[in-house]
Write a protein that binds this ligand. Sequence first.
Ligand code: PAF
Length: 280
Amino acid sequence: MTAPILRRLSELRALTTKWRRNGETIGVVPTMGALHQGHLSLVEAAKAGTDRVIVTIFVNPKQFNNPEDLAKYPRTEHEDAQKLAPYGVDVIYVPEPEQIYPQGFATNVSVTGLTDVMEGEFRPGHFDGVATVVAKLFLQTQADRAYFGEKDYQQLMIVRRMARDLDIPIEVIGCPTVREPSGLAMSSRNLRLSPDGLAIAANKHRIMQGIAQSLKAGTTFDTLAAKAETDLLAAGFTQVEYVQLRCAETLEPLIHASRPARLFAAAWADGVRLIDNIPV
Ligand code: PAF
């Protein structure tokens, strides 16, 4: 059976207030829809970790720095509800736009520092949009735990910092990236790749793993960065925005994988911008 779809905050609040009164814990999985196995793994984690699970679907205009990207973002509500049916989520919250951004909405949530690099550098304003909508979804759902994929690792760190800084009483839980058998990180954007584009995109994980191996063997990142870019272009990517090694906790740039680190990459294939990261 598909879960009820709620579109208004008042309806959602009526339920969450009842659940909280009964002492039930609430988990939220914030999404923009076009659900794939990566999202469903978050739903599984939420089901295992909390009594009640809310999946939110909201294509957030404020986090798109490129209007074309927003226009092309897949909207598949019916299919999403079908995909969620076997998981027994309690509610799918698909807020009407004015439930998130009512007339005269004038607040911006901006996390400094962590947002200056990588996605923040290449997508100006993106993380303000993310932090603002996620703060609203946390407060609207009154959830105890929120589940995010490590595929968007920088987003995960920013959301965690935002919740901590604003004293929003929620635990932000990161879950491992789910990959296709080819190694390609699952992403709603993969839907826009042609078969050739998919084949090109699958090379990114292999190339990143090669770099991670060299780092583990003691090679410094400064000697590997240029090779990573060359290898991605040779594999068919049309543009490489960044390949960076950063501390897994603070996102500071690193030369050696001397402490828990992550290797991040953003590159374009087949007209689609694809990001990925792996632990080193
Ligand atoms: O990762 C996403 O899908 C979005 O950035 C999120 C967290 C749902 C906020 O719109």
